[in-house]
Design a protein around this ligand. Sequence first.
Ligand SMILES: *Cc1c(COP(=O)(O)O)cnc(C)c1O
Length: 219
Amino acid sequence: MSEAAERLADIQAHIAGAAQRAQRRAGDIHLIAVSKTHDAQAIRPLIAAGQRHFGENRVQEAAAKWPELRAETPDIVLHLIGQLQSNKAEEAVALFDAIHSLDRSSLVKALARACQTAGKQPILFIQVNIGDEEQKGGCSVAELPALLAEAKEAGLTVEGLMAIPPADVEPAPYFALLDELAERHALPLRSMGMSADYETAVTLGATHVRVGTALFGSR
Ligand SMILES: *Cc1c(COP(=O)(O)O)cnc(C)c1O
């Protein structure tokens, strides 16, 4: 087994264990391998080991890396997990299968236009600033209902919520809150949990965990 394949198997085993503890099906949880800053050479061993969901945080970087990798492996599922500028909405819709960072009105409008032009819509998550932190991306918890309504009015289907809890504090209450918000709005998907806390996120309802360092080593 390659080192990448070993790391992947280890993380999948931990996800399966956490799912079992929470009486959830492991198949309902998608592991997104966060490949930002890593080149094609680092990514290929994971693809060879069967990994299909990948996450990038910048449109430009993804556009440079992924067309070639996707030509080799057509069933790759590509997720945008970083902030999106409205002027890159069209490019993002063309490139990504899912966008986790819808967080403001201007982006709702830009994405709605881009989806109409492209004739397709990626899976959409609204990013929530779950700890109400200054300078962090995401709409506030208070703004969420209005943003969901705006998205619906613009013709977009939002399927889930995404959050990055505050650093250096116990994340479980934030994961539980995101799960509750998703439940309240009847949204089936929850994108939460990273290298340090994905097991906790799985026990609290994550459907998508975003793991970089634990799969690729430090950036
Ligand atoms: C980089 C990144 C991750 C992965 O973080 P790790 O700690 O390396 O697993 C997850 N989510 C987002 C939004 C990121 O930018």
